[in-house]
Write a protein that binds this ligand. Structure first.
Ligand code: GLA
Length: 520
C-alpha cells in the first residue's frame, strides 16, 4: 500500500517516518477488525460429526460474537451455555460445561474457519477428540418436531408373553456404542456354547446405535454396523435364540440416533418383518417434545401397534421409573418397565438400585415385571461376592435377567454366578410372587419370597463393609412348626438349621441365599 504523493502527508521532509507510524497504527487497529468483518460467527450452526457408521451426530450452536469474544449455547437435546469462547486469527475456541454425577464435565471445541464452514474438533475429557464440519443453520432446524396428538388412555390387552421375567443378554452395559453385526453373531454363538441358552438366557438384545437414517418413504434403515438386520435375526433364530431391538418414542434415541416418533407403525412393521422378538422402547428424545404425564399414552400407542404386527414381541418400557410406571406399565401393554436410571458396574450403584425395589415389588407378576436394569455380572467392577449379591437380589426381585457382559469370554466364576440354576429357578418361579423385607438391622437385611411350591427363598444380605453374622427366624405362616429342609443355593448343598432359625456369617457385601421348604 502506498500513500498518494499529494495526500495530507505530502512530501515534506521528515514526513516518511510519520507516514510509517500511521500505517502501522492503522494496521494494528484495523487489522483484526477487518478480519472479523470477513466472518462474523454470530448465528446458528450445525456441527455434523461422522460416527463412522454412515450416520452423523448433529449438534446445534447458537453463537454470538463480539470482537474476539464468543458466547452462546449448544441447543438441542441438552442446552449447554458456552462458558468461555474466543475467535482469534480465524481460530474458534469454546468450552461448554455440564454436571454429571456431581462432577463438572468440560467439553472443548476447537475450530478453523474457512469461509462459511468451520472445521471443528470436540473433546470430552478422557476420550479421543472427534472431528466434523459446522455449517450455517437456522433456529428452526434445531427445534424438535411438534408433538403429535396423544391417544385416549385405555388398557392394552395382555400379549401373553413373559410369563416369567425375560432372560437373555443386552449389548449396552459392556459394548455401549461399539456393537455390530459380527459381535451379535459371536454373542449368539457363545450363548449356546457357554451353556447360557440351556440355563434359560434366550433373548439377544441389540441396544442403541444400530439405527440408520430413514429412506425417502420414511422406512427405517440400519447403519453400516448392521448391514442386514433380517439376516442377523435369521442367524440368531437358527441358534434357537430370540432377538431384541431398541427404539424411542421420540425423534431421537439417547445416543441421538433416529427414533420412532411419527413412524411408530412403520417401524413396528419393519421390526416384525426382520423377525424381531423384543423391543426396548427408550424415552430419551421424547422428553424434548412431551411431558412426563404423556408417557402412558405414548407407550400405549406402541403397545397397541405391537399387538397388530403379526409377531409376538416382548415390550420393554424404558423411562427410568418416572411417574410411577409400575402403576400403569401393564395398562400400556408393557411386559417389563425400568424402575430406575442406568445401572453401573459398581457396588454403590447396584446396591442402591437393588434394595430400593422392595416397596414396589408387589406391582410385578406374570407378564409384567419391574426392571431394575440389566446385569453387570462379569464386567469387572465388583467382587465375586458383590456379583453374587447382584444375582441373588435380582432373582428375589423377580427381575429380568439380561446379562450385560461379554459372553464370549467368561471366567468360570462368572459362569458359576450367571448360570447358577438354583438361583435362576428363584427368579423364574412361575408364581411370580413379590419379595418382602422381613428384617433389617443396620446393614444386615433379610428378604424372603414365597415360591409356587410353598417353599420360600430367603436372602441374608450383608450390605456392610465387614463380615457379619446374620440370623433369620422362620415365622412365616406356611413354615412355622414344621420340619424344614434348608438349602444353600450358592453352596449347592443342604445345611443344618437348628429349630426355627438359621444363622450364617455373611462376607462383606455378600449374601447367603436359601431355599426353605417343608421336609418330605
Ligand atoms: C438409556 C438407557 C440405557 C441404554 C442407553 C442407550 O440410557 O437407560 O439402558 O439403552 O439409553 O443409549
Amino acid at each position: 500500500m502506498r500513500f498518494a504523493r499529494n495526500s495530507a502527508f505530502g512530501s515534506r521532509p521528515g514526513s516518511r517516518a510519520l507516514q510509517r507510524m500511521v500505517l502501522i497504527l492503522a494496521l494494528v487497529l484495523l487489522g483484526p477488525l477487518s478480519c472479523f468483518a470477513q466472518t462474523d460467527l454470530t448465528g446458528f450452526w450445525v456441527l455434523k460429526i461422522p460416527r463412522g457408521d454412515g450416520t452423523y451426530r448433529e449438534s446445534f450452536f447458537d453463537l454470538k460474537q463480539s470482537g474476539a469474544t464468543v458466547t452462546g449455547k449448544i441447543v438441542g437435546f441438552r442446552e449447554q451455555e458456552i462458558s468461555e469462547g474466543t475467535f482469534k486469527d480465524g481460530r474458534l475456541h469454546f468450552v461448554t460445561t455440564f454436571r454429571r454425577r456431581d462432577q463438572e464435565v468440560r467439553i472443548s471445541y476447537e475450530g478453523t474457519v474457512e469461509g462459511e464452514k468451520i472445521n471443528m474438533s470436540m473433546s470430552f475429557p478422557g476420550r479421543e477428540p472427534t472431528t466434523g464440519v459446522a455449517e450455517r443453520s437456522t433456529p428452526e432446524a434445531a427445534l424438535p418436531p411438534k408433538p403429535l396428538p396423544l391417544p385416549a388412555l385405555h388398557d392394552v390387552p395382555d400379549n401373553g408373553l413373559a410369563r416369567t421375567p425375560p432372560m437373555g443378554w443386552n449389548s449396552w452395559n459392556l459394548f455401549n456404542v461399539r456393537i455390530d453385526d459380527a459381535t451379535v453373531r459371536g454373542i449368539a454363538d457363545a450363548m449356546v456354547s457357554s451353556g447360557m441358552k440351556d440355563a434359560g438366557y434366550i433373548y439377544v438384545n441389540i441396544d442403541d446405535t444400530w439405527e440408520g437414517n430413514r429412506d425417502a418413504q420414511g422406512n427405517m434403515t440400519t447403519n453400516t454396523k448392521f448391514p442386514d438386520m433380517k439376516a442377523l435375526a435369521d442367524y440368531v433364530h437358527s441358534k434357537g435364540l430370540k432377538i431384541g431391538i431398541y427404539s424411542s418414542p421420540g425423534p431421537t434415541t439417547c445416543q441421538s440416533y433416529e427414533g420412532s416418533f411419527g413412524h411408530e407403525e412403520q417401524d413396528a412393521k419393519a421390526f416384525a418383518a426382520w423377525g424381531i422378538d423384543y423391543l426396548k422402547y427408550d424415552w430419551c428424545g421424547a422428553g424434548r417434545i412431551y411431558k412426563d404425564e404423556d408417557m402412558q399414552a405414548l407407550y400405549q400407542k406402541m403397545g397397541d401397534i405391537l399387538l397388530k404386527v403379526g409377531r409376538p414381541i416382548v415390550y420393554s418400557l424404558c423411562q427410568y421409573g418416572r411417574v410411577d410406571v409400575w402403576k400403569w406399565g401393564t395398562k400400556a401393554g408393557g411386559n417389563l418397565w425400568r424402575t430406575t436410571g442406568d445401572i453401573q458396574d459398581r457396588w454403590e450403584s447396584m446396591e442402591r438400585i437393588g434394595f430400593r425395589q422392595l416397596d414396589i415389588a408387589s406391582y410385578g407378576g406374570p407378564g409384567h415385571w419391574n426392571d431394575p436394569d440389566m446385569l453387570e455380572i462379569g464386567n469387572g467392577g465388583m467382587t465375586a461376592d458383590e456379583y453374587r449379591t447382584h444375582m441373588s437380589l435380582w432373582a428375589l426381585l423377580a427381575a429380568p435377567l439380561l446379562a450385560g457382559n461379554d459372553i464370549r469370554k467368561m471366567t468360570e466364576e462368572t459362569k458359576s454366578i450367571l448360570m447358577n440354576r438354583e438361583v435362576i429357578a428363584i427368579d423364574q418361579d412361575p408364581a411370580g410372587k413379590p419379595v418382602k423385607r422381613i428384617s433389617q438391622e443396620g446393614t444386615k437385611e433379610v428378604l424372603a419370597r414365597p415360591l409356587h411350591d410353598n417353599s420360600i427363598a430367603v436372602g441374608l444380605f450383608n450390605r456392610g463393609d465387614q463380615p457379619a453374622e446374620i440370623s433369620v427366624k422362620w415365622e412365616m405362616d406356611d413354615l412355622g412348626g414344621k420340619k424344614l429342609r434348608v438349602r444353600d443355593l450358592w453352596k449347592h448343598q443342604d445345611v443344618e438349621a437348628s429349630g426355627d432359625q438359621y444363622s450364617a456369617t455373611v462376607p462383606k457385601h455378600g449374601v447367603v441365599l436359601l431355599k426353605v421348604s417343608v421336609a418330605k
